[in-house]
Design a protein around this ligand. Structure first.
Ligand SMILES: Nc1ncnc2c1ncn2[C@@H]1O[C@H](COP(=O)(O)OP(=O)(O)OP(=O)(O)O)[C@@H](O)[C@H]1O
Length: 229
């Protein structure tokens, strides 16, 4: 499915990710956990091509994406929900979702997106900036799903979201995986969310995967120790 080999990213002279390998299966939710500054956002942004890679290979279903620009990677099947959600605050909810349709070639918003997020249908004519944090997160996910991705990347989706809404987010991601048969990679620091949601947990430190466990066998204390400052 998604295959990342020997992936490296640098900002100028400063190498943040070096030789990282990652494989994600179909229908799998993989969480990449790590403290602030360990390279989670750099990894996610570089997979979707918003930050340039220095080397390595990113492929999806056997197609090499490494040379493609960001919009081409989205067209090839990478959906992205950025940190901070980055919805368009002055556009309506409907217009925000429609910005994703260009990549899928659809003309209208598929009804199943509104089934997944009924509140977005109710609020389709409101400006995105007037939604609550949790609703904006739903909007950012709906916009990414409108591109009809094969793999959905979410960068710290629980940031700034209330605990009860975080639980709902976990249920939604599992529903998306099951109903749409796609793979999900989520970067996170909230361990309870990861333990509820992920099938596999990877720990990132200084731009490399240093620990990996399936959720069933996960040693929560050990993972927590990586997150402790
Ligand atoms: N545009 C940039 N230019 C230079 N250095 C950067 C840039 N963006 C991030 N960095 C550095 O790269 C490292 C990894 O940052 P990154 O944002 O990927 O980490 P993170 O794990 O996502 O952290 P956070 O949880 O704070 O978002 C940090 O040392 C950061 O200072």
């Amino acid at each position: 499915m998604l295959s990342v080999k020997n992936h490296s990213v640098a900002y100028g002279q400063s190498t943040i990710i070096e030789g990282l390998n990652l494989d994600v299966d179909k229908n799998e939710i993989v969480a990449v956990v790590g403290r602030n500054g360990m390279g989670k956002s750099t990894l996610m942004r570089s997979l979707v091509g918003m930050t340039a890679s220095k080397g390595g290979e990113v492929s999806l279903d056997g197609t090499d994406l490494s040379k493609l620009k960001s919009f081409e990677r989205v067209r090839a099947g990478i959906g992205f929900v950025p940190q901070g959600r980055m919805i368009f605050p002055t556009l309506t909810v409907k217009e925000n979702i429609e910005t994703g349709l260009a990549a899928s070639g659809e003309k209208t918003i598929p009804e199943d997106l509104y089934e997944l997020f009924p509140v977005l249908k109710e609020m389709q004519h409101r400006r995105g900036g007037n939604l609550s944090g949790g609703q904006q997160q739903q909007l950012a996910i709906a916009r990414a799903l409108a591109t009809n991705p094969k793999v959905l990347l979410l960068d710290e989706p629980t940031e700034g979201i209330q605990p009860n809404i975080i639980q709902e987010l976990g249920r939604t991601l599992k529903r998306i995986r099951d109903e749409r048969n796609l793979s999900i990679v989520v970067s996170e620091q909230v361990l309870s969310f990861v333990m509820d949601t992920a099938d596999r947990i990877l720990v990132i430190e200084k731009g490399d995967i240093v620990h990996e466990e399936s959720r069933q066998e996960a040693d929560q204390e050990k993972i927590a120790s990586y997150l402790a400052v």
